[in-house]
Design a protein around this ligand. Structure first.
Ligand SMILES: NC(=O)c1ccc[n+]([C@@H]2O[C@H](COP(=O)([O-])OP(=O)(O)OC[C@H]3O[C@@H](n4cnc5c(N)ncnc54)[C@H](OP(=O)(O)O)[C@@H]3O)[C@@H](O)[C@H]2O)c1
Length: 243
């Protein structure tokens, strides 16, 4: 995929954070962005308004991706999809039950990717967004205790999606992963710092600096058109201090 004019790109969890920043970058390149939100319609509408004010086009589409019916309803409203960016993530919420991280970070990702294929006839790309702490969870001991279950669930999600690569290929869809270290100024970084004071400054030192939301979003946006083979993994900002 070498240009984005008129391409339809759905980004899960794009009413805030990295998803919203990525959506704005891709809309500026001519794609039509589908801004998925869970329940904060006003926040998603604001991202759409920002994109339109900058000359782009976007629509807000509601779905709790852990709810199959909600995903079905969102997809029924779409006629075509060129790119799916699996960005939505979670599990650090204080009211989350112990199985929630796996339901969101593995099962919901697989469910949506499988269903989205029907809208991507013969071509397209799926981009999975993850963290280094999750990507390397099976091989590198995690230093952020509070993030452990989330990292394990996101690793399980990445593994399950990679196992689907032959199915994606059969549909003409390729699959790329973008992984990054902790990102400066995010809610996740704030929650981890609160649970483990010094956690983020330690990561910053070990990595030789952390990316900002906008810098990481540039890597995610670039992955949409990157000339790479299916299965390729982009290590945004490198892996210094972790692998
Ligand atoms: N933050 C970091 O330091 C960091 C580092 C490396 C990689 N990443 C990756 O980058 C991605 C985005 O991270 P972020 O920091 O921008 O996350 P975030 O601020 O926590 O935003 C997560 C997004 O996912 C949405 N979401 C959560 N559960 C959902 C559900 N059930 N259905 C639909 N949407 C749901 C949220 O919607 P609501 O607003 O409705 O809750 C929110 O828009 C994640 O995959 C993360 O692993 C983050």
């Amino acid at each position: 995929m070498d240009e984005l004019n008129d391409k339809r790109i759905l980004i899960t969890g794009s009413s805030r954070g990295i998803g919203a920043a990525t959506a704005k970058l891709l809309a500026a390149e001519g794609a039509h962005l589908l801004i998925n939100y869970r329940d904060k319609a006003k926040r998603a509408d604001k991202v759409v308004a920002d994109i339109e004010a900058a000359g782009g086009t976007a629509s807000a589409v509601r779905a709790d991706i852990t709810d199959g019916d909600s995903v079905d309803a969102m997809l029924e409203g779409l006629d075509r999809l060129d790119v799916l960016v699996l960005n939505a993530s979670g599990g650090l919420e204080k009211d989350a039950d112990p199985e929630y991280a796996l339901r969101l970070n593995r099962d919901a990702q697989v469910d949506l990717a499988r269903k989205a294929l029907a809208l991507m006839p013969g071509r397209g790309r799926i981009v999975y967004v993850t963290s280094h702490q999750a990507h390397f969870a099976d091989t590198v001991p995690g230093e952020l205790d509070a993030y452990g279950p989330v990292a394990a669930s996101k690793r399980a999600g990445e593994t399950a999606l990679r196992e689907m690569i032959p199915v994606f290929t059969d549909h003409g869809v390729d699959f790329l992963t973008v992984s990054g270290d902790m990102i400066e100024g995010t809610i996740t970084a704030t929650l981890l710092e609160r649970a483990q004071p010094g956690a983020i400054s330690n990561r910053r030192e070990a990595a030789g600096g952390l990316l900002t939301v906008d810098q990481f979003a540039e890597h995610v946006a670039s992955a949409v058109t990157l000339d790479a083979q299916t299965g390729h993994i982009v290590f945004a900002g490198g892996t210094k201090g972790i692998a």
